[in-house]
Design a protein. Sequence first.
Length: 379
Amino acid sequence: MQFNSDRLSYYFTTLCEIDSPSKEEAKLSTYLQDLFQDLGADLVFEDDSSRFTGSDCGNFVVRFSGSRTDADPVFFNCHLDVIKPCLGVKVRRINDVFYSSGDTVLGADDKAGIAILIEVLIAIILENKPFIPVEFVFTTCEEIGLLGAKAFDPASLVAKYGYSLDSVGVDNVIIGAPASYGFSAEIHGLASHAGLRPRHGISAIQLAAQAVSRLPLGRLDDETTANIGLIAGGTATNIIPDYVRLDGEVRSHDLAKLHTTLDLFKNTFQDVLSGWQDPHHVITARPSLVFSAPEQYPLMKLTADSLPVVRARQASSLLSRSLQFLPAGGGSDANFFNAAGLPTAILGIGMENVHSISENIKLSDMLRTAELVYSLLTC
């Protein structure tokens, strides 16, 4: 395999400097669709997911038929959007490492993955190397809830397994990720003047505080975490608050534990409200609770004999390289691909300090990931 580090650097820098915040990925999408058309794609197809995501473009699929039929078609996935602050990115390179100018993220998450796919494809074309059928799936709105992947129709793919290029480190293959459910607890109390009629109010915030003090938060065990990240309520300092809302999440690699934790949270809030008593016996109203817990993303769990794992081992052995097969603590597009019946692993691409203005990536790590992708396509 012959990779051109200058070419990879060029495409990576170019991609990072194209603005693509969530819901505004159209400029980057157009650039990439034109590029893949010029590289001889057999199909470039944009879906109608923007109706659901609110983005200015849909997800799009690129297909190259390849010249080999002795292996199952594969897909590779990257997301187009970048977490804020991401407008006006200026890429700096210091020796082997790429940074932003310091006032934005870099965008290696996930544009390093896209640049790697471009470089591998060009290298294969220039070498006239036989490769298996491949599809690239580019999604929108990943950073704001995996919305593009959630709206993607897997029936549009020929491939039956794949890889998301969207994790930290190199030589890491993520084969498990938790399911996540968000939750909101809305507590309705009774407003009253805090100075003139304090006995006639029911403080929603006080009830919320009592409930939260009883909840297990943080890391609950090796598989489960819980967090409350938002709280909002009240109208003024001289009014007993009649409303408060708390928003949080529970994640787990074990669905039974996840639902048990959600039930515990709901019951704790309800028990606090049910146990409230008016110490002054002047209020006839009762506090009430509205609790909801929608799924944010489904569980992901690959077995050792799944096609992404087997193929990754084959590809790495040809490189005389060992891979680490690991679980992750967060969700990605791969969670939805797996839930749709498309076994999908997540490849580490070398990005570091993601979601911060100190985000960076090494060119050497991108090239190392490119070697693995190349091997997956040609082994």
